[in-house]
Structure formats: structure tokens, C-alpha cells
Design a protein around this ligand. Structure first.
Ligand code: PAF
Length: 286
């Protein structure tokens, strides 16, 4: 497994891989890798001849400077995990090599068609702009055939699909299911920041989400939203930032279960902000 941080060296290496006619599977990450990332890398390795993983804590997608400072950086452990998983190349650039001073302070020009205005976008202004900025840059450097993203970041995935379509990129985006701890807690790099007690408390998020599936079809999405929020409010140590049941394609608030729906939640467990989501059964109407 090779590790490259220098952009010129990386470009040269990718050119060589392309010249050898190998298909490239790409997993972009911000490091602090866990079993969720590992599942993406395994899939990328199986489905492609060459597997690239980027590790870059992208400053432009953090709307909170403390969150950026506290984001776990564990390059040594990440390298070991990727070695074991079977990746061919790690790309771990520095911020100064990726962004010019102008780019880091300016908004990236992209029409999100409203997908950035709800849920995460509403509570983390500018976040998706930073995501699209870095992912489009990484795509042009890596030139992958396929790129792998976890469904835990449901809205991010919807935006990446839009980006690939709008920029006419010849890259297949592969949606990969959420990987959960035995307790049901969705795997996240942020879980590292939870105390053992908080980990137990945080497992209630998925528990409530799973239970809310029983509301379909008797209760309306709106009633389900109110129930989920109320249930989580009862748990000491958790504070809901938002819970929305949205149409899983356009992310607009779902009015009924006849639409394809996803329930997306953001919850603070102490200072740690966690997200999760769940798909609801679609009910066909005559
Ligand atoms: O999902 C993430 O880890 C990040 O948003 C991504 C896609 C690597 C871009 O920085």
C-alpha cells in the first residue's frame, strides 16, 4: 500500500494507474476510520482493480471552528486499518496543497436546487458547499470509475448524486448501507468523542428510530415526527436538533407514506453532534 501526500506525485501515480488500464474505486474520507469506512473500502476493492482512499479533514465543510479542531485525527491507526482491509493507495494531502487562500475563503459556485436548504443544510450553513468543493476536487485528482459513500450521511449522498449529474461526471456513485455497532448506534468518527456512558445513551437514537417504523401506515409522518422528538426528549443526555421525515429523492417534507421516505435526525449527546436516518416502508395507494 502506497501513501502519497504530494499532489504532483499523486497525479503522476494516477496517470500510471490509468495508463495500465486499471479501473479505480475511490473512498473519500476525513480519517478516524471505523468499520463503516472499512465496508466501503472492501466494496471498492472487490468492484475495482485499484482502490484509492483519501484522508483529508476538509476545513471548508466545518461551520464550527471548535468542531474542526476537535475532529479526531488518527492517521497511524487509519493506515493500519487500510493496510489490513486491502487498499492500494492512500491520498493524504495537506490543506495548503488542496486550497489556495482564495478558495478557502470563497463560496464554491454550485446550484444545489434546494437540497442544501433543509436539515443539515439548515443547521450547518455552508457545510454542503464545502463538501461539494472538496469532493469535486478529489474526483478530478483521483479520476475514479466508481466512488463509495455511506448512507448515514443521507443528505450528503443525495447532493453528491446531484453534483455528478449536474457536472456531467463519468463516475458511478455507490450508496452503501449504514454500519451499526451491536447497540444499534450508527458508526461514526464522532463516536470516538463519546464517553462509555454516552455511548450507551446514544444507542437510544436508533432504538427510537427503529420503533417509529411501527407507525407506518396508521399514523401520519407529522405524528411520527412528534413522537420521535418527544421520545428522545425523555432521555437524559440527548437533545434533538432536528428530526424530519423527508421524501428520499427530493428531500422535501413528506406528507404521506405513499412517497419514498427517510427519517433524518441530528442529536446532541453532550457536546457531540450525531446524525442517523431510517427508511420507512412505502405504502402504495390505489
Ligand atoms: O463524509 C465525509 O467524510 C466527508 O464529508 C467527505 C465526503 C470525505 C468530504 O470531505
Amino acid at each position: 500500500m502506497k501513501i502519497i501526500s504530494n499532489i504532483a506525485e499523486f497525479k503522476e501515480h494516477i496517470a500510471q494507474v490509468k495508463q495500465n488500464g486499471l479501473t479505480i474505486g475511490f473512498v473519500p474520507t476525513m480519517g478516524a476510520l471505523h468499520a463503516g469506512h472499512q465496508s466501503l473500502v472492501e466494496k471498492a476493492r472487490i468492484e475495482n482493480e485499484y482502490c484509492v482512499v483519501s484522508i483529508f479533514v476538509n476545513p471548508t465543510q466545518f461551520n464550527n471552528i471548535t468542531d474542526l479542531a476537535k475532529y479526531p485525527r488518527t492517521l497511524e491507526a487509519d493506515t493500519q486499518l487500510l493496510e489490513e482491509t486491502g487498499c492500494d493507495l492512500i491520498f493524504a494531502p495537506e490543506s495548503k496543497d488542496i486550497y489556495s487562500d482564495n478558495e478557502i475563503s470563497q463560496t464554491f459556485d454550485f446550484d444545489f436546487k434546494g437540497l442544501d436548504k433543509v436539515m443539515e443544510g439548515q443547521f450547518r450553513p455552508g457545510h454542503f458547499n464545502g463538501v461539494v468543493q472538496i469532493v469535486s476536487k478529489l474526483f478530478s485528482l483521483v479520476q475514479p470509475d466508481k466512488s463509495y459513500f455511506g448512507e448515514k450521511d443521507f443528505q450528503q449522498l443525495a447532493i453528491i448524486h446531484l453534483m455528478v449529474k449536474e457536472l456531467n461526471l463519468n463516475i458511478e456513485i455507490i450508496d452503501c448501507p449504514i454500519v451499526r455497532e451491536a447497540s444499534g448506534l450508527a458508526m461514526s468518527s464522532r463516536n470516538e468523542r463519546l464517553s462509555p456512558e454516552q455511548r450507551i445513551i446514544a444507542a437510544n437514537i436508533s432504538k427510537v428510530l427503529f420503533e417509529s417504523r411501527n407507525f407506518v401506515p396508521e399514523k401520519l409522518p407529522k405524528e411520527t415526527i412528534d413522537w420521535v422528538k418527544a421520545e428522545i426528549k425523555l432521555i437524559d443526555g440527548l437533545e434533538v436538533e432536528y428530526f424530519e421525515i423527508a421524501n428520499s429523492i427530493n428531500l422535501k417534507t413528506a406528507k404521506s407514506w405513499s412517497e419514498p421516505t427517510v427519517g433524518c435526525i441530528a442529536v446532541f449527546c453532550g457536546e457531540v453532534r450525531l446524525i442517523d436516518n431510517i427508511r420507512y416502508k412505502q405504502i402504495s395507494v390505489e
